[in-house]
Structures are given as C-alpha cells and as structure tokens.
Design a binder for this molecule. Sequence first.
Ligand code: IVH
Length: 697
Amino acid sequence: MYTKSEIQELQHHTTAFLKQETPVSPDQIDLLRRILVFHEYRYYIMSDPLISDTEYDKLYKSLEKLEKAHPELISPDSPTQRVAYELTSSFPTVQHLVPMLSLENSYDEIDLLDWHRKNKELTGLEEIEYCIEPKFDGASISLVYEDDHLARGATRGDGVAGDDITVNIKQIRSVPIGAKFSKFGLKQVEVRGEVLLSKKNFAKYNEGLIAQGLLPLANPRNAASGSLRIKDPQEVSRRNLEAFIYHLSYYSEGEAGGAQAPQTHSETLQMLWNLGFRSPVREMKVVKDIESVIRYCREAEAERDNLPYEIDGMVIKVNAYELQEKLGMTSHHPRWAIAFKFKARQATSVLRKVEFQVGRTGSITPVAKIDPVAIGGVTVSSVSLFNEEVVREKDLMINDTVLVERAGDVIPYIVKSMPELRKGSEIPIEFPKNCPACGDELVKPLEEAVWRCTNINCSAQVVERIIHFVSKDAMDIRSLGEANVRRFHALGILNSIPDIYHLDLEKISTLDKFGAKSIKNLKEAIEKSKQQPLHRLIFGLGIRYIGETTAKTLANAVDYLPDFQHFTMEQLLALEDVGPKVAGSIQQFFSNDDNIAMLKKLEEAGLKLHSDRRTMQSGGSLEGLTFLFTGTLSRFKRSEAEEMVEANGGKILSGVSSKLNFLVAGEDAGSKLEKAKKISSIKVISEEEFLQLIGQE
Ligand code: IVH
C-alpha cells in the first residue's frame, strides 16, 4: 500500500506536525488527512503502529479543529467523517448487487478429496491451484464503493437483500471509507467480508455487562451481529469491531477500463490489502495440490486457539477466476469454493442439578452441574445459567438433555434444552427464596434480572470479596489464592479484608501443606501488596460497577480515599465515564460507616490510601521520557514495569516511533527491536539497565 519513500515522507511530516506549536494551516489539511489515514492503516490493518495513541489523538484533534474552522474543506473520506452523533431511526432494506450465496461444507479429508475430484472432472484439468484462508466466525457484510468512496454497507439478510447499516460500518476502523479502486480501472465495486469482535474485546465487553448486573453475550459471533444492529453509532464505535474483507463480488469498469482487474482470488486479496482493506493476505496460502490443502487446514485447526479472533474453519477457493467461471454455482453455493469446518465446540450432556452461588455483591447465580463432557479438548461439568430468566427462557429442567457450547476462551454456556427427548423424569428447577449461605430472604430489585442477598455480612459474600481483593488485577496477593481464602475462612482466621494483614501465620504454619517456604512467600506477598497503587485498592474493594478503568479515574480524582465521603453527586458525575448508576454506587459505599472503618483499618495496617497522582504527573525521575517494553520479561511483569514508569513520571508508548526514548528488550524480542535499532535516537536497554535507571537495582 505504501512505498518505503511514502512511509518516510509521511513519518517525517508526522514528526513535524507533532512538534509544531502553531495550529496546522488550512493548506495542509490534505496532508494531515493523509497522515491520519496512514496511521490508521498501520494500526488497524497492519497492527504495527508507528505512533502512540496519544500522538494519533493529537493529530486527529488538529484535523477536527481545522475542519470546524473551515467546514468547506471537509472531504467525504476524511477520518472525521466516520463519527455520527445522531441515533439511527431504522435500517432500510437494500438489494445486494449480487446475491450473497452460502458455502458448501466439508468435515473431513474424504469430503475435500471428493470436491477436488469433481473440480478436475468439470475443468478437465489434472492440477488446480487453490487459495486457502480462514473461515471467520462473525457476521457477514457487503460493502459497495462508488467512485472510490464507501457508498453503502449492508448485512447479509436473506442473501438477496439486507439491512443498510452504513453508519455502523463506518464505525469499524479497519473498513476504509475511501479506497482508490479507480487505480485498477474499477468504478462501482461490491466486496464481502466478515465483521468480528476479537476474543479480547469480547471478554472486556462481557466483563462490563456482568459488572452492571447484565447478562453476558454468548459468543463473539452473536456479539458482532448484534453490534451491527445497534442504533447508537457511538456505542458501535466503543465495541471496537474489526472486519476482514475476502471477496470481490461485483465490479463495473471505469473509463480506464477494467484491464487491470485481478485475475485470481489471491491477487484480489492483495489488491484489497493494497487499497487499505484488512484482507486475509497474511493468513492465506496458495497451493497446487489437495494434499497441501488438507495439511494446511489441519495445521490451522491446531493453531485455532492462538488467534486473537474466532474462526470456525477454513475456506478453500479455486484461485483462477477463469476456472471459477467454468465451475459456476448452484442456487445455494459456488462450486469453486468449499468450507472445511473445524470440529464442533458443542456437545450434548445431561443437566443433573442446579447449585446457587452467592457473588461478592450478593447476586445469586444458578450454576448447572452436567455430566462431564469434552468440548474442544476441555472437560466441562459446570455451566453458569446466569439468572432465572435464562433458565425459564431456555425451558431447562433437571435431567434434561442439553446442548453445550464452548467457543475458544469463552466460558461454556447452554445453547438449548431438548424437550423432545424428555422421558417424564424431568424436574422443574426451583429457585431458592432464601440465601443458600446465610439464610436471609432474597430480594429481586425491579429493574434487575438477578435475585440478591442484601446481608452485607453474609459469609459467602465476604469470602467472594476477599477473593476479589487478593486477585491478580486487584491487590495481586498471589500466595493467597481462592483456595487458601476459602480454607482460612472456614478455619475462622480470615473473616474480613483487613484480617489479611493480621493473619496468624504461626497457626497457618501448623496446617497441612504450609512449610516454611510457603509461609515466607505468603508474608512477602502480603507485605508487597501494601505498596500497590491506589487504583488497585479501589478496584479490589469490589464496589459495585467499579471496574479497573473507573478505579483509575477515581484514584486520580482524590488525594485521600476516604475523601469520597464528601463528594456530591455533581462532583462524581463530572468524572469521566461516571454515570448516575456508578455515582450512586460510590456514594452508597462511602456513606457506609463500616466501609470507612474498614479503610481506616487498612491504613493502620500500612496500606496507602493516598493517591500517587502528584508524583505520577510530575517531578518523577523519568519525567518527559517515553518507554516501551518488548520480548519476554523475566525480572518483572509488563504491567508492573509500566506502572513503575508511570509512577516515576514517564510515559508508555504503544509502538516504536521517533518519539520513543527507551525500548526495554527482554528475551526473544522481535520486530519492535529490529525497528528500534534503525532509529538512532532510541536507546535499547535491558531489564537490568531499566531497574538501574529507576534506582531499583
Ligand atoms: S467466501 C460466494 N470466505 O461463511 C462466496 N466466506 O458459511 C462467498 N465466511 O456466508 C463466501 N469466512 O459469511 C468466504 N474467508 C471466507 C469466509 C466466509 C467466513 C462466511 C460467509 C459465508 C459463510 C458461509
């Protein structure tokens, strides 16, 4: 897409714009837009950014300012034109230029060999070139470009017509809103692809839902297709959807003629990539025999879990368009392509009983105990049912045969029950009226789907709160994991969070499996946790609706944690990402005397209730310096190192660029190290040198 000299030129201008104190002048608006499109491509298509997010934001804001002052200079493919503030009223139905067909499925080698044999018969050839690529497990879309601009984006619908979701498509940053098809002599173009939500973003999104007491989504596929139909484009943007474009379904030739249109599928993928699309060029493989197809499909299946997104198989396409035409299609699928489906991640089992777990906020979660069943290499015997509504909606009964799915890293869930297999021995699932741990009566707030135990001293809640407090992303007291918390609580030596700091280690040392070494580790881990930054403590308190991000916002908003007692609703609402629900929860927590007393006890035990915001922002030894960590680190965790940098006033960058001062390289450092070596101003240092720099060696 970009030649070496173009990259150098754009990078040169980027640095100049970032340094420039004065506003960008209107005659440079095109250059500024080119720069932003270039950096979006590096980030969203190549996953190899050359500048940090903050630097990108700075350039973006300059463009926004400039366009506001000179609206006549706004161009339709300006990066700012993705943004939409208005809610969408409806998604009108639109006809696809070419019907969106489905794919024929194959499940094993015999199916593939059979398909290959038919291809040979129909083409009269002995050797056929195939292009193999992932079968992305998302929601399919079609995009129409007219005169190099994205004119329309639509869902698949019934294959003939779908919903016009152009506004939402524009929120997907890997879909270019301008693409120079005219360079290839093409005027109107229709391309197809798949919209996905990465496993990471899916997990993050579900965490948010769970924290709000809402039901998590079943899998990234459902999350992607649901996201495309949201009527609030800003919410669509927040979901961080991605898109792979893998098919050119239609084109009309422009004045220059279509002479340069690609002749093979792999050339098309390359052309799309060069035009700024995220096509699977890096993932595809072109081979000349069916044995290689089979081998590559098997290899891909073994690697499936290592991908950042879900795939449910591979798609094999006859590479030459001439042969594709010869093979043609049925009314359902093209004959020139076939999907090779990976082994299902679904299995049937029998629901034996339902247990009710009490969460740290008192929520009661039904958990199905099923006959153990292997799904995708993992044995599943316990499946969350989330809440009563889910149980009723899925019509679940004890002794029912159920279909269970486990997609990648996603928690297993019950897809459906199978009432047709009932024998009469099924028993309805009864929901308890009282807390299974403390016996208090359960309540169900009107606007919620879950039943709750409101007794904050309920022993089950206390245990869950302690488990959360010591967890990795909170206070990270490793030696005190879930099992030990439960054990110590059962022994009556750990009944509250402050108890952690007064554990009777002598008594613990008499317990089974607690040698001198374990006691030493436990003591050290507890001591070390006293130095955790305030935001980890806030997150660890498990205040309802307060995730890691909000905890950081809160830590930056006070000098001394108990000061939140005096915050008004207005003050809380003025904080970033704090809405009425979150603000109400903060007020509720800090107006409770027991909670304030608990904070005082923690302070007495040596924990920091003061914010490090002042030291973080200025005066640190690394002030004004930028860092990036790469490779495998052995002296500290990446997150710890990044916190150390920030605590000393330094900044973390997301990529190697001329703005970077130090690259800390661990073992097996790869492309980032190579790139950094080429920029003479970057100092590459070891972990030891980094520790020396911050005075910790
Ligand atoms: S090609 C005319 N390639 O799978 C052929 N489809 O089960 C168009 N899919 O409807 C399809 N990854 O939504 C193609 N690399 C890929 C794909 C892919 C996912 C989806 C697509 C299709 C469905 C069929």
